[in-house]
Design a protein around this ligand. Structure first.
Ligand SMILES: NC(=O)c1ccc[n+]([C@@H]2O[C@H](COP(=O)([O-])OP(=O)(O)OC[C@H]3O[C@@H](n4cnc5c(N)ncnc54)[C@H](O)[C@@H]3O)[C@@H](O)[C@H]2O)c1
Ligand SMILES: [Zn+2]
Ligand SMILES: [Zn+2]
Length: 357
């Protein structure tokens, strides 16, 4: 192979072992596209992969947050040109299976019925975005053209964390005038806070234990921030809301935050859960009024597909929200190991790292 057939990519080899290597550049088959990555980032879920907590096959290229330029279009992909700037969601639904056509794009069944988490392919079941080039499956359903006036930095966080955070607010069915608490103000929780504001919540309470993140929580729309390290958060939320919030969003994935979120709900309230859980998750019956409190618990996997991306880009283009303050650091792809180290340590006020191939 000559140089133009090779590319650099971050390859997962095993626990705590991701290396930038030369690998074969992908080629677009029918219905596929290859994009040249211009900007990507690292997700909390990539840390779960790196630490061996979420299994993927050794040899896989990781990452699922791609911004790039169309480099090659496979047969049957129409309405695009080589050179188009595109955003691709972390979740790439096929748009044709039973699940997709029933509106459950993230649980895409790959042509069959439903498959749990089936829409999450990049850096999970197929090669991902932390590379110079990325093969996009089901390109017709997943290439979202970026409006000229938006920069890569303005859209990169829409692929996953904004879509997920907004998804948590949407699944919670927040109504104008609602009170909302958001547990954890990491990147996902911060986007859920911004989503709650967009949807018309009038009291938004952000909970975290990190001063930088609590400050960013206010910037993203929280009216009140609570530090779980030195407060009984549930009691404080009950007091602030005279008996519980309409919607509690969980954005960490632990027993503690799940339970706290449930204990903050008013009767008839909704717990909207975004965290990735491992091990056993228990529901305390008293928080559910013994099962008779008309509570709802909903979970959400990041929504994807080009129409979702188009809508999110419109939210940014119209000036309703700006996520660029969350991109706190920038690294070259060659230095991605340092980026993982910083992102994983949460040091230096890091929220999201921009990775440039
Ligand atoms: N549902 C989805 O589609 C989806 C998509 C991407 C990520 N995720 C998951 O979302 C979760 C959050 O991701 P992230 O990158 O924002 O996380 P993160 O690790 O960057 O942030 C977690 C935050 O939780 C705070 N925290 C710790 N204990 C707390 C407590 N008891 N109460 C309140 N806050 C507490 C920490 O201070 C930190 O700021 C992860 O589990 C991730 O895997 C879900
Ligand atoms: Zn992710
Ligand atoms: Zn599908």
């Amino acid at each position: 192979m000559n140089d133009t057939e090779m590319m650099k990519a971050a390859v997962f080899h095993g626990r705590n072992d991701i290396r930038v290597e030369e690998v074969a550049r992908p080629r677009a088959g029918a219905g596929e596209a290859v994009i040249r990555i211009t900007l990507t980032t690292i997700c909390g879920t990539d840390l779960h992969i790196l630490r061996g907590e979420y299994p993927v096959r050794p040899g896989l290229i990781v990452g699922h947050e791609p911004v790039g330029v169309v480099a090659e279009l496979g047969a049957g992909v129409t309405g695009y040109e080589v050179g188009d700037r595109v955003l691709v969601g972390a979740i790439t639904p096929c748009g044709q299976c039973h699940a997709c056509l029933s509106g459950h794009l993230s649980q895409c069944g790959h042509g069959e019925g439903y498959e749990a988490i089936g829409g999450w392919r990049f850096g999970n079941t197929v090669n991902g975005a932390q590379a110079e080039y990325l093969l996009v499956p089901n390109a017709q359903a997943n290439l979202a053209k970026i409006p000229d006036e938006l920069s890569d930095e303005q859209v990169v966080l829409l692929a996953d964390i904004a879509s997920t955070g907004f998804g948590g607010a949407e699944s919670g069915n927040i109504r104008i005038g609602d009170s909302v608490v958001v547990f954890a103000q990491g990147p996902i929780g911060l986007c859920a806070t911004a989503g709650a504001k967009l949807m018309g919540a009038t009291l938004i309470i952000g909970v975290d234990g990190d001063d930088t993140r609590l400050a960013m929580s206010r910037r993203m729309g929280a009216d009140v921030v609570l530090d779980y390290r030195n407060l009984d958060v549930v009691a404080e939320v009950q007091k602030l809301t005279s008996g519980g919030v309409d919607v509690a969003i969980e954005a960490l994935g632990t027993q503690q935050t799940f339970e706290d979120a449930l204990h903050c709900l008013r009767p008839g309230g909704t717990l909207s859960s975004l965290g990735v859980y491992s091990g056993k998750l228990q529901i305390p019956y008293e928080a559910l009024a013994a099962g008779l409190g008309d509570h709802r618990i909903v979970t959400t996997l990041c929504p994807g597909g080009k129409e979702r991306m188009r809508r999110l880009m419109e939210v940014v283009r119209s000036g309703r929200v700006d996520f660029t303050p969350l991109l706190t650091h920038t690294f070259a792809l060659d230095k991605i190991a340092d980026a993982y180290q910083l992102f994983g340590s949460r040091a230096d006020g890091v929220l999201k790292v921009a990775i440039k191939p």
